[in-house]
Design a protein around this ligand. Structure first.
Ligand code: ZN
Length: 322
């Protein structure tokens, strides 16, 4: 009996590992932070994998960056960049016509105003990011700060990836905008699109804003995230293939995945590959679930494991000879 229980622990450890290994990685970044302390406070109540992009000249920029960082949350500089359309601009919006020195000065100020930032993404920027010379100046400035660049992809022909060639700046790309409208049903649909993309392609980055409808939808959807989707910080995706990239220095071919053995009868074969530390003492099923931890046990993954455990114990061989 003890043998069976011990193997069960191994099995559940394996399941957790398989879940993690095969999970689609979803990264969510909330832009435009620094102006709306109330909604932004709600964002800081969300899981810490939800990252924040702070406008460097916003009144609460430093406070929000510091608070987010102190929670272990990833902070980005949300750098204003010139759009093609005429609209009110933030102070120090980067323009393609600016000199390298001017762009360096603006980025240096932004780094000072947004402490703890590890990356940068663009606020607006359809004119700036589609300019190769303009983005080359940005990438050269970023190179000395070891910041990654998350391309918000506000225009299809963004030159960010090409511009990073020859620098150490890693470029990742936004795949889904959560809240082009303030309609909750639309935001929910976009959230599900991001989940689906993460599942099908391995990873996806979604960008939203600290608006009431977005906050509400995220509060509803995040606790029910499917078990095969894991929330990650954008920096966890720096070496993921970014797809349809027009060249550049950042494409990393996808790793060749070895299929994980998933034996039909978990008590025979396939288990040895899983290096899980075994508890020495005697355990029973409920202890096993407790070991996994209440949070996991109550998550969809936990429910799945409990169901599987019951199914397998129903069909398990009587008693091994060993
Ligand atoms: Zn923005």
């Amino acid at each position: 009996m003890r043998y069976i229980k011990t193997r069960t622990v191994v099995l559940i450890g394996c399941l957790l590992q398989v879940c993690t290994a095969q999970a689609g990685k979803l990264s969510i970044v909330i832009d435009d932070v620094g102006y709306r302390p109330h909604e932004e406070g709600a964002v800081l109540q969300m899981p810490t994998a939800i990252s924040v992009a702070v406008l460097p000249n916003a009144p609460h920029a430093r406070l929000m960056a510091t608070r987010a960082h102190s929670q272990g949350r990833e902070v980005l500089i949300h750098m204003p960049m010139a759009p093609l359309s005429k609209q009110p601009l933030e102070r120090d919006t980067l323009q393609p016509s600016m000199s390298s020195e001017e762009i360096q000065r603006i980025i240096r100020n932004a780094v000072n105003n947004v402490p703890y930032a590890v990356g940068m993404n663009n606020h607006m920027g359809s004119a700036m990011t589609s300019s190769l010379p303009g983005m080359q100046k940005v990438m050269q400035a970023l190179d000395s700060y070891q910041l990654y660049f998350l391309d918000s992809m506000t225009i299809g022909n963004s030159q960010a990836t090409r511009a990073a060639a020859g620098t150490h700046v890693k470029v990742i790309k936004r795949k889904v905008f959560l809240d082009d409208t303030a309609n909750e049903a639309d935001i929910r649909r976009q959230f599900n699109r991001a989940v689906d993309l993460a599942r099908r392609t391995g990873s996806a980055i979604a960008i939203g804003h600290p608006r009431p409808a977005t906050v509400k939808v995220l509060q509803q959807m995040l606790p029910t995230l499917p078990a095969d989707i894991v929330l990650v910080k954008p920096s966890a995706l720096l070496n993921e293939p970014q797809g349809n990239s027009s060249g550049g220095n950042n494409y990393v071919p996808p790793p060749v995945k070895q299929p994980k053995p998933q034996p039909k009868n978990p008590f025979t074969g396939g288990i040895k590959q899983c290096k899980v530390k075994l508890p020495k003492e005697k355990v029973n099923a409920s202890t096993v679930i407790n070991v996994i931890g209440e949070s996991v046990a109550q998550s969809p993954a936990g429910t799945f494991i409990k169901r599987q455990w019951q199914r397998w114990t129903d069909t398990a061989p009587a008693k091994p000879k060993a």
